[in-house]
Design a protein around this ligand. Structure first.
Ligand SMILES: Cc1ncc(COP(=O)(O)O)c(C=O)c1O
Ligand SMILES: [Zn+2]
Length: 401
């Protein structure tokens, strides 16, 4: 980990050593960011430095922890111009190993865990992070203990079991799964890889921003639309923009606008960030009875709420909710118009773009990147359903699968 100089708390600013495994800030539970000596790095780490390197996220190794990568080919996904909208690109994260952008964060976090000699990893997941953990744990010879809501897309469960993970299906939401991991981890000797409760998944995810910069030939878009549950995509990319600024990669500030507007899309059936944003709050209230076809967006109370809401403010961004009907329509529309079969979460980006064009928040001259965060192939059971299931009230009963 030699490149990481220390970890820094995003709440109190405390600096803690990166030499031992860490979850959150020991003082206030704040999310920890990995920090690098960017002033020294900037002499030799230039945009042109990475040209010709392997087409994976490890091409940005200078701003990643120095660990031996075990690569399944994560990252460097295509940025595809839209056929339908001028000045719009689709970043297709469905082409990652295990079919979603979750592979990025997990590939980095698991290598760090392995470097620390950790053997047993545990994680609550809405589905795709579990698939990624199961695959990378298999590849690294580590144990994966996964807790998922019982109604995750079938593919996620089948895949995790195929990779040999210990899967427990929970009658509840990801928040219930998280509680179980936190209650049992000490006794079981698990390291908790929950979203934003260790510093390195963010590091993997941030590479999406470095890729945008490279793929747009050294420019950044005017806006980025990203489907957010826990919010790690947005948090990671914003951290990368900050790093690029310190590395002097970005053009001179023009009225503070050189970074993109960050736009979060959530499902109307679970939109705690949108609600908090609309109400001008800095943290969210837990969303009651969360329900949506976009399983990855069913996060009633994201741990990184304060960071996401701050990023929306700093970037002059916004948060938009879209209905399951709009999401399903967008899945089919993208498939038929662009040849991209997106996960419902990813297709939510298109639904949000349409809304923001219709209400004038974005114009056709704005350069916008829509993130498709996963492949639709994981959701055949959900997408094949004609009707959206009615909202369910599910409690927190734990059932071993
Ligand atoms: C396909 C997909 N998109 C988006 C998300 C939301 O990601 P995050 O929780 O990092 O905001 C998830 C989370 O499971 C997902 O699986
Ligand atoms: Zn702190």
């Amino acid at each position: 980990m030699s490149q990481v100089t220390h970890l820094e708390c995003t709440k109190c600013g405390a600096q803690v050593s990166a030499d031992i495994p860490r979850n959150v800030c020991p003082q206030d539970g704040g999310i920890l960011y990995a920090r690098y000596d960017l002033q020294s790095l900037k002499q030799n780490f230039r945009p042109e430095t990475v040209r010709g390197r392997e087409a994976s996220l490890w091409r940005y190794c200078e701003v990643l922890p120095e660990v031996e990568p075990v690569s399944l080919g994560e990252g460097f996904t295509p940025l595809i111009p839209s056929r339908e909208f001028p000045n719009v690109w689709i970043k297709d994260e469905g082409l990652n190993p295990t079919g979603s952008f979750k592979a990025r964060g997990i590939s980095v976090a698991i290598r760090v865990a392995k470097a620390f000699g950790l053997k047993k990893l545990a994680m609550p997941s809405a589905g795709n992070a579990a698939s990624a953990l199961a695959a990378y744990a298999a590849r690294s010879g580590l144990e994966a203990h996964i807790f998922m809501p019982r109604d995750v897309p079938l593919a996620n469960r089948v895949e995790c079991e195929a990779y040999g993970a210990q899967v427990t299906l929970v009658n509840g939401l990801i928040s219930d799964c998280a509680r179980i991991v936190s209650e049992r981890k000490e006794q079981e000797g698990w390291f908790d890889l929950s979203t934003l409760k260790e510093p390195y998944r963010v590091e993997g995810k941030k590479t999406m921003a470095y890729e945008l910069f490279e793929q747009l030939s050294g420019k950044l878009p005017d806006a980025v639309i990203f489907p957010s549950g826990g919010g790690v995509g947005v948090i990671g990319m914003w951290k990368a923009f900050e790093e690029m600024e310190q590395l002097d990669w970005l053009p001179e500030k023009k009225a503070g606008k050189q970074r993109p507007r960050m736009i979060v899309v959530q499902a109307a059936g679970c939109a705690p960030i949108v609600k908090a944003w609309d109400e001008g709050k800095t943290t969210v209230d837990a969303w009651p009875n969360a329900s949506t076809v976009a399983a990855g967006l069913r996060v009633p109370r994201p741990y990184g709420d304060y960071l996401v809401l701050d990023i929306l403010k700093q970037s002059l961004g916004t948060a938009v909710a879209v209905s399951d009907h709009e999401i399903k329509d967008a899945v089919l529309h993208w498939a038929r118009t662009e040849g991209i079969f997106a996960a419902p979460e990813g297709a939510a980006s298109l639904a949000a773009y349409r809304k923001l064009r219709a209400n004038g928040s974005l114009s056709e001259n704005d350069n916008v990147v829509l993130f498709n965060t996963g492949t639709g192939l994981k959701y055949l059971d959900v997408i094949a359903q004609k009707e959206t299931p009615a909202a369910r009230q599910i409690g927190g009963i734990i059932g071993p699968y």
